[in-house]
Design a protein around this ligand. Structure first.
Ligand SMILES: [Zn+2]
Length: 199
């Protein structure tokens, strides 16, 4: 039996999740002989989130509250270094030139690395302010309960991405976290206003 043609005005179904799933499975290569895993030609390592949690908790034990800044800056540095490769991946996804589309693409790419599902919740590029949330975030689930946000790596990463995409110095703060019992992790990005030099 022939399927009915959809009405002319019906919006096309959003197949992003299917595309992302296929994208990852068709671009992941394992060379067991060498013990290498590659994604689009970039060597990657597969590990459980407990590995990252162990690094963060050891930093917190050894250097205390400075751990947050170290992890944030590490995330920012990683974004700056990985962005060219991410740009390759963005080309593989449905194209778009606008900044919001670029950010949405970036959140789609996050879905492929297992961090959770990110979504832009506020977008005011004129003011350099953005917000996003990560639902089903995996890192805080592995970290366990905390009285403060714990996703410093992702906060730094997001700041690095915005810096690289829009050439603007920004700060990113996680304002609520799944580790604190929130339904999702939420991040706010705002311009980084440099302090005036000391007289
Ligand atoms: Zn979090």
């Amino acid at each position: 039996m022939k399927a009915k043609a959809p009405p002319a005005k019906q919006a096309p179904a959003d197949r992003t999740d299917d595309l992302l799933t296929n994208f990852l499975t068709s671009n992941l290569r394992l060379d067991a002989r060498k013990g290498h895993v590659e994604l689009m030609g970039h060597r990657i390592m597969l590990f459980r989130f407990e590995f990252l949690v162990a690094i963060q908790k050891q930093l917190e034990t050894t250097i205390g509250t400075s751990a947050k800044g170290v992890l944030y800056l590490a995330g920012e540095r990683a974004a700056q270094e990985v962005m060219p490769a991410m740009a390759d991946r963005m080309k593989q996804l449905p194209s778009g030139k606008e900044a919001l589309v670029a950010l949405q693409r970036m959140s789609d790419i996050w879905a492929t690395i297992g961090v959770g599902r990110a979504a832009v919740t506020m977008f005011t590029p004129g003011e350099g302010r953005y917000s996003f949330k990560i639902e089903d975030s995996t890192f805080p689930a592995a970290y366990g309960p905390s009285s403060r946000p714990v996703c410093h790596l992702w906060a730094g990463w997001a700041a690095g991405v915005v810096k690289r995409l829009f050439g603007r110095d920004v700060l990113c703060e996680e304002v609520q976290c799944r580790s604190m019992g929130a339904r999702f992790c939420e991040f706010e990005i705002r311009p980084h206003i440099a302090l005036p030099p000391k007289p």
